[in-house]
Design a protein around this ligand. Structure first.
Ligand code: ATP
Length: 261
């Protein structure tokens, strides 16, 4: 396997006091693409939000290019009696640190500013790249990937369809010049036509060798895209499957729930 770009070491987390995932160890190599597949509500998004620095890990490490991005040690129980104790809590991982390291997480759902235009949003996105070179080339690539955004560049985000907003979100992620791009269910809830368009764009991103972690409910889509598939069940990685032996949707479900799913 190629050298590890991202390594998660025995990572646990959740929404205190509720534990969502436990003892997750995985790695993503340079130029590798890894898929996460598992039932809804079992903690994939929570794991990715922890890697992205949006919520604190309870235990374990997030290591990127050999550097630990989280504070060392376990999360300590909260002892503050302040109502807004979150404001005073010292963060164990910071989203800004993760972004500066080059890990870009494209979240599920629409989190864009509704009153900004497509052009304005795409204009500010490269700020996250912190002066790394290659923004101009990436702009061209984004235009090529999503010609529809060029047509809609003067439209406010609020007037875009769900699929177009998803395209903007991925474009923002790319314009941050990711060293690792994390896509959380990029085709969720889209019409079949837009879904296909977006799937093709993600395939092209993959072909350009951007390392990816991608979560999707469509295993056929993931199979054509990833070097390894991780089955994620009840907050833990239960199985790792390499590209040569990708299962069908039914086979993957049987691996997780037995033949009677
Ligand atoms: N902000 C939150 N506060 C408390 N619990 C939450 C929060 N967000 C999610 N959860 C809970 O954490 C658990 C894991 O949810 P998560 O979204 O990580 O799962 P998932 O595998 O990504 O599923 P999906 O594909 O539906 O997003 C669920 O039980 C969910 O209800």
């Amino acid at each position: 396997m190629s050298e590890a770009l991202l390594e998660l070491r025995d990572l646990s987390g959740g929404y205190p006091p509720v534990s969502v995932f436990r003892g997750v160890s995985m790695s993503v190599g340079e130029q590798e693409s890894v898929g996460l597949f598992g039932p809804n509500g079992h903690g994939k998004t929570t794991l990715l939000k922890t890697v992205a620095g949006l919520i604190d890990p309870w235990e374990g490490d997030v290591v990127f290019q050999g550097r630990r991005l989280n504070a060392e040690g376990k999360m300590r129980p909260r002892i503050s009696r302040n109502f807004n104790y979150d404001l005073f809590q010292k963060r164990r991982i910071r989203a800004a640190t993760v972004v500066e390291a080059g890990v870009i997480y494209v979240m599920q759902g629409n989190l864009l500013f509704p009153e900004m235009t497509v052009e304005e949003v795409l204009g500010v996105a490269p700020l996250a790249a912190k002066g790394r070179s290659g923004v101009r080339e990436m702009r061209e690539r984004v235009h090529h990937l999503f010609p529809r955004l060029q047509e809609r560049r003067f439209s406010k985000i609020r007037y875009l369809s769900g699929g177009e907003r998803q395209m903007v979100s991925i474009a923002v992620g790319l314009l941050a010049l990711p060293k690792l791009l994390i896509l959380d269910e990029p085709t969720l809830g889209l019409s079949p036509k837009l879904r296909l368009e977006l799937m093709q764009a993600v395939r092209q991103i993959r072909e350009s060798r951007v390392p990816l972690i991608i979560v999707d409910q469509n295993i056929e889509f993931l199979s054509g895209l990833v070097d390894r598939l991780l089955l994620f069940d009840h907050g833990a990685i239960t199985r790792e499957i390499d590209a040569a032996s990708m299962p069908s949707h039914d086979e993957a479900m049987a691996m997780m729930f037995g033949e009677s799913h």
